[in-house]
Design a protein. Sequence first.
Length: 183
Amino acid sequence: MRAADISDQITTVLVTEEDIREKLAEIAARVAVDYAGKDLLLVGVLKGAVMVMADFARALPMVVPMDWMAVSSYGSGTKSSGVVQIRKDLDTDIHDKHVLIVEDIIDSGLTLSWLLENFASRGAASVEVFALLRKPEAAKVHVESKYVGFDIPTEFVIGYGLDYDEKYRNLRDVAVLAPHVYS
Ligand code: IMP
Ligand code: MG
């Protein structure tokens, strides 16, 4: 669905499907150069990164395996709990691999800083981050993200994989959820 289909449930469209497509092509071109000749593994963080992984991986002009990790730091609310729990671990041994974590959004940064440390301890050759979205003013810990799609304001957003209570992931655009939906 597009933002227009749920205009009564959102306040602002921050990033459109077209913006995302252009940005993914741009970042894919950079990644192709940066990882030329290297053993790259994409690791997506379920479930939010499903859309960005699907489109980003296909934008890459090279053979690249993907793996998935499921962690939880959010319940059904709109605030980070800071507690990270592994729900599904990697299937791949990342020792000596160049890992690029593909994430939907960096909010507090707690999930990614935990993942970065976890992956480093498994002996990865390198670990970098590609986050489609980032809320710079919401950071509780600093996360070095090599590739960032869009910086957005500190508001609860939905769409393109991002959910509220498991809904809205299939929205093609990224929009601010109207407060009346969750209050
Ligand atoms: P963190 O606060 O950076 O640890 O973010 C943890 C996870 O919460 C992200 O990977 C998202 O899946 C989710 N999240 C953070 N901000 C939002 C939001 O605005 N909408 C929906 N999910 C979010
Ligand atoms: Mg996520």
